[in-house]
Design a protein around this ligand. Structure first.
Ligand SMILES: [Zn+2]
Length: 219
């Protein structure tokens, strides 16, 4: 096998599969039957934020969608399809929108950096920035990226609540709770931004409370 074939990754995979099977005999054949994850993770594509590892969950336990800057857009068929499959078929109980500190996508959005095609994508984060421009401008420059990372989580979690997928689930009485978290690259810890919504009635007050909490933390 030449090095072009990525032998180091394929070898590492063999070791991981053997270790997993040794620890839990029958692990893979059980997963073959079905997956029953309780959680849908919507996070950033950043390589430093690997969903399963951060919450110590095994294959089969976390359904995952990731994109640059963890954006939930109402016309994004990719994200919506993942959400619909997770909610309607897998019956996940929780959707967790997870941002992270020092997000490159958020930084580019904040500073109007032109970074190619992805500039169109993070236009959605710039909309969040524009909504809070005055407040962001009032912060010390070094705090602005992380503050916008948190505002973006609140906005995208609210977007998740407003999708037809979640709205329909709530209407038919299906239990589904939407959360917004932020991950600290500097300490490896997840923080709950408390925009937790378990029904349509929760959304507006949860957003208001979470926004006030973000603002008071950066004040
Ligand atoms: Zn990121």
């Amino acid at each position: 096998m030449s090095t072009q074939d990525l032998p180091e990754l394929l070898e590492a995979n063999k070791r991981w599969a053997a270790k997993t099977e040794a620890r839990e005999p029958g692990f893979f054949s059980r997963l073959l039957q079905q997956q029953t994850p309780q959680y849908l993770w919507i996070g950033c594509a950043d390589s430093r934020v690997p969903a399963n590892e951060l919450v110590d969950l095994m294959p089969g336990e976390l359904f995952v969608h990731r994109n640059v800057a963890n954006v939930v857009v109402h016309s994004d068929l990719n994200c919506l399809s993942v959400m619909q499959f997770a909610v309607d078929h897998l019956k996940v109980k929780h959707i967790i929108v997870v941002g992270h500190s020092n997000c490159g996508g958020v930084r580019a959005a904040l500073t109007d950096a032109r970074v190619g095609l992805v500039s169109n994508w993070i236009r959605h984060v710039q909309d969040v920035r524009n909504d809070h421009q005055e407040w962001l401008d009032s912060l010390p420059e070094e705090s602005r990226v992380n503050a916008l990372c948190e505002l973006n989580v609140l906005e995208q979690a609210r977007n998740a609540c407003q999708t037809t997928v979640v709205q329909d689930a709530w209407l038919r009485g299906q239990e589904i709770v939407v959360h917004g978290w932020v991950y600290g690259l500097h300490n490896g810890l997840l923080e709950d931004l408390q925009i937790t919504a378990a029904s349509q009635d929760d959304v507006a007050p949860a957003y208001r409370r979470a926004l006030a909490a973000v603002k008071s933390r950066y004040a």
